[in-house]
Ligand binder design. Structure first.
Ligand SMILES: Cc1ncc(COP(=O)(O)O)c(C=O)c1O
Length: 379
């Protein structure tokens, strides 16, 4: 009896995300697709990967897609392909997942941080301009939470300096900026298919997209031991290929991505409407002309840590992406930054909290989350 009651309480919890609900809806199609790959016994660099490369490139409005083993590998290979190597500098925001920085470090290059725009949480174009030096080899822009960075001024700065722009599009597949998809806004873009992403694999996977045929050829070489043709290695490369099982799973899910995105946007609008009267929180800002895909629904909240505890006590999912900006991470201690070096990134790290968001989320659940937030600030 008591375990039944416990189960009922658990059922009323609002999870941060719910991949099981998605699997319940599409599991039969996924199992069939996986069975076909198993029957083919072709697991690496086959037709499923090639088909997914075409489809994702098309979604991003570019000519080429190159499947790789993760979003992090996509960043490392793309940075290498635009010419980054040891001793170079790469400009990036400190308010991001550590992979954005560690990809730069993996090549022996130096991350040079540029603070964010507090409205969008994305790298500020003016901050980039201040940090360009003779050693800058790339600008690495992150489209955080599913919202594009302000790419027009960023591209202008980059063009004036003759520096390539790499998009970290790990969180924003399907988003758009002034009518153009993320992935088509720089010289090359990197996508993560980590399971929790809007388009998530059942393991690690990633892709690089670009309009450059030259970069496409180079990246296919880099992901496969630097082999320009079989057993002919022309430069040091990696083993970083997207496997056929992940590709076929992603191919099934891709058919639903637009519907899922629309559901996410509708949920976000509902949250923002219900939270509007709560002056202690600030819902996400969507600048005019941007299409947000709400990988996360992230608010700024007064007394954030207390609010988190209040929500967790009521079994309401919540998470902070990201609590420590990169310039304050132990791996970057040697760069000599301190608290106060990038004030907007630090303020965001202290104030943000992401609320439950996934396509299958119900209106009642959104209402429950918002009621709990209102109750917290009333109390
Ligand atoms: C902004 C950002 N960059 C890079 C990555 C790395 O992607 P992956 O986990 O697929 O290596 C992620 C996701 O984890 C991310 O959110």
């Amino acid at each position: 009896m008591s375990s039944t009651r416990h189960f009922m309480t658990e059922l009323q919890a609002v999870p941060q995300m719910d991949l099981a609900a998605q699997y319940a809806a599409i599991g039969a199609e996924i199992r069939e697709a996986v069975a076909n790959v198993l029957a083919s016994q072709q697991f690496v660099l086959g037709k499923e990967g090639a088909a997914l490369e075409r489809e994702v490139a098309e979604l991003c409005g570019v000519q080429h897609g190159i499947g790789v083993a993760s979003g992090t590998d996509a960043l490392i290979l793309a940075l290498r392909a635009v010419g980054v190597s040891a001793g170079d500098e790469v400009i990036l925001p400190p308010f991001t997942f550590v992979a954005t920085g560690s990809a730069v470090s993996a090549l022996g290059a130096k991350p040079v941080f540029a603070d964010i725009d507090p409205q969008t949480f994305n790298i500020h174009p003016d901050e980039i301009a201040k940090r360009i030096s003779s050693r800058t080899r790339a600008i690495l822009v992150v489209h955080l939470y599913g919202l594009a960075a302000d790419m027009d001024p960023i591209r202008s700065v980059a063009q004036r300096a003759g520096i390539p722009v790499v998009e970290d599009n790990a969180q924003a597949i399907g988003a758009a900026y002034k009518g153009k998809p993320t992935g088509a806004l720089g010289d090359v873009a990197c996508i993560s298919f980590y399971p929790t992403k809007n388009l998530g694999a059942y393991g690690d996977a990633g892709m690089i997209v670009t309009n450059s045929a030259e970069m496409d050829t180079r990246l296919r070489t880099l992901r496969n031991h630097g082999q320009a043709s079989r057993y002919n290695s022309v430069e040091p490369g990696w083993n970083s290929r997207l496997d056929e099982l992940q590709a076929t799973i992603l191919g099934v899910k891709l058919r639903y991505l637009r519907d899922w995105e629309n559901a996410r946007r509708a949920h976000a609008a509902e949250y923002s409407k219900l939270l509007a009267p709560v002056s202690a929180v600030k819902p996400p800002h969507i600048p005019a002309g941007y299409q947000h895909v709400f990988h996360q629904y992230t608010i700024r909240a007064q007394r954030r840590d207390e609010l988190q505890k209040f929500l967790s006590d009521r079994k309401i999912g919540n998470a902070v992406y990201y609590p420590i900006p990169l310039h304050l991470q132990p791996i970057y201690a040697t760069l000599g930054h301190q608290r106060g070096s990038f004030p907007e990134s630090e303020r965001a790290a202290n104030e943000v909290v992401s609320l439950p968001l996934f396509p299958e989320l119900k209106s009642e659940q959104i209402a429950r989350v918002c009621a709990a937030i209102a109750e917290f600030y009333r109390g």
